[in-house]
Design a protein around this ligand. Structure first.
Ligand code: SF4
Length: 557
């Protein structure tokens, strides 16, 4: 057996791997900082050797890290125009990410696999977000799931979990891995009970499935090894019982067989397989609270204590480890939950689901949970698992994936700002300079989702001028501030618009769809039917718009 098989073991041996170098580039820190954090166990790089290699017959070209075949390629890191420490990968806009995802040099043929671009997860670097997708026995297909993967990558997901419980599980998982440049996680127990009841689950089936998925290239596994028989009586008085699929299945198995959790019993054997491929543990929170009433209760805390023990055992086995967290937590308890995990689990990266801070907004749980996630990030959560508007009510579609990702990009970035991550604020400051200068093209270039922002602007006013439709010319405080000579507001020379007033360049295809869905003015060739010609004078431009929209102009030029 090799003495060094995982990133953790390499880091402990003092070796800086190509993956650590790549993570350092994306985070704007030194490779030694990444190595020391991995060795400490406070940062993980989920990077299955098979996913790193590329799972196609032809291995894709590696363009990053030491020994890169056609690199190094650190293009497009950071927001547009970012320099120095602000070149943070997580601060890329949707347009930048989409360019990268669809880069022909990363694709070898239309359906060819890509390879993993390593990502670091830990509280000393930028906050990451995860998107969950997966076919259910009721809905979706492999094609739909690969499309969701692309939407997730486009809208900011740093990792993705395939939680499929229906359809062609093996084929769907492989297709997702083959098309993903981000780490892929799974919950292997879902596949273990395919074609059998949970009561029929055997030790052999567990280890065979772990091996199969590790060989396929899965980068991290959720293993619910922390739910013990002794914890089950603590569930009896809960309002919503066990809300983790894995946790509830294993509870049923333990009650049926009168035995300890098989994942706990087999933990060392599972670790040995994961070490071989360098699969990272995501120790599952099978007893996470499913409502505010159950938050921070004895069952959750008892499991957390067991997870702390398992973190130590996994690290002893050379396996990188992160820990999953709640769930549904009142806002005032979120910070305490983060600090508790850091203490009990020796600072293993905390990967939290939300948490939702109120239970009464089904249909809007991407918002209720993003509020909790922001607070969690502020207090050191390393990765935020998104929640979509479909949470509690149905299977997310591509649009829900987009909504969830954006909500969680907001949470993660707000957390990075609050934690003072070097370089995080420059993005905000650059956009604010463009906004104050009333430079609309620059503002939309810097916006995370500039297509949406442009479409909403153009819905009311298709001229880029020194006001927008929110307040209009006479009440535009940005314009007034810019005109006050004594103020620096809006006067940064690097952020001035080319001209004071010019026609909008038009909305994108996505923008057209958005406007159509909103029942806005008809769009012709990317512009509203009322689009004006070049209007060098701002008040003339506004006049054209008002007239075209059938309004009585309120002012004269
Ligand atoms: S019109 Fe109002 S919302 Fe629009 S740029 Fe001026 S101050 Fe901002």
């Amino acid at each position: 057996m090799s003495t060094v098989s995982t990133q953790l073991e390499a880091a402990r041996a003092g070796t800086i791997t190509a993956e650590m170098e790549r993570v350092a580039t994306r985070e704007g820190v030194t490779p030694e900082m990444i190595r020391s954090e991995v060795a400490r166990g406070r940062l993980v790089i989920p990077a299955n050797k098979h996913h790193l290699a590329g799972s196609a017959a032809t291995t894709p070209t590696r363009t990053w890290g030491r020994g890169a075949e056609s690199g190094p390629d650190d293009l497009a890191t950071g927001h547009p125009g970012a320099t120095g420490p602000a070149r943070l990968w997580v601060n890329q806009t949707v347009t930048q990410r989409w360019t990268e995802i669809t880069d022909a040099t990363h694709l070898k043929g239309e359906h060819a696999p890509k390879r993993l671009d390593p990502t670091g997860i830990g509280r000393m670097i930028t906050t990451k977000i995860n998107a969950n997708i997966g076919a259910s026995p009721v809905a979706s297909s492999t094609h739909d799931e690969v499309e969701k993967l692309q939407w997730a990558q486009k809208y900011g997901a740093d990792t993705l979990m395939d939680l499929s419980t229906g359809g062609d599980l093996v084929g769907c998982r492989q297709a997702i891995i083959d098309h993903a440049t981000i780490p892929i996680g799974t919950v292997p127990i879902y596949s273990m009970i395919l074609g059998r009841s949970i009561e029929e689950l055997s030790y052999d089936v567990i280890l065979e499935e772990i091996e199969r998925q590790a060989r396929q290239g899965v980068d991290y596994f959720t293993i619910h090894a922390g739910v013990l028989r002794e914890h089950l009586p603590l569930i009896e008085r809960r309002m919503t019982g066990i809300v983790s699929r894995g946790g509830s299945l294993l509870a049923k198995w333990m009650i049926h067989h009168g035995k300890q959790n098989p994942m706990y019993e087999l933990f060392d054997e599972i670790s040995a397989i994961m070490r071989q491929y360098d699969v990272t543990y995501s120790l599952g929170d099978g007893l996470r609270p499913g409502c505010l009433a159950d938050a921070s209760d004895p069952a959750q805390l008892a499991e957390l204590s067991t997870l702390g023990e398992l973190v130590a055992r996994a690290r002893d086995a050379g396996v990188q480890t992160m820990v999953e967290g709640p769930g549904h937590v009142p806002l005032d308890q979120v910070g305490t939950n983060m600090r508790l995990e850091q203490h009990v689990c020796d600072d293993a990266p905390f990967y939290v689901l939300g948490p939702l801070v109120t239970d009464v907004f089904p249909g809007y749980d991407h918002i209720t949970s993003a509020i909790g996630a922001t607070e969690a990030a502020r207090h050191g959560a390393a990765m935020l698992c998104y929640v979509t508007p479909k949470e509690h009510v149905g299977l997310p579609k591509a649009q829900d994936v987009m909504a969830g990702c954006i909500a969680y990009k907001i949470a993660a970035h707000a957390g990075d700002l609050a934690r003072g991550i070097a370089g995080a604020r420059e993005w905000d400051d650059d956009l604010s300079r463009a906004r104050a200068a009333l430079n609309w093209p620059k503002q939309f270039e810097l916006a995370f989702d500039g297509d949406t922002a442009r479409a909403l602007h153009d819905e009311d006013l298709e001229v880029d001028t020194d006001f927008c439709a929110m307040c209009g010319h006479d009440w535009c405080s940005m314009r007034i501030s810019k005109e006050i000579v004594a103020f620096t507001s809006g006067k940064d020379t690097a952020f001035q618009p080319d001209r004071k007033a010019m026609p909008s360049p038009g909305v994108s295809e996505q923008g057209k769809e958005l406007l159509a869905a909103r029942g806005s003015l008809p769009v012709v060739e990317g512009r509203h039917a009322c689009h004006s010609d070049v209007s060098p004078v701002a008040s003339d431009a506004a006049l054209v718009q008002d007239t075209a929209r059938g309004k009585q102009p309120e002012r004269t030029a």
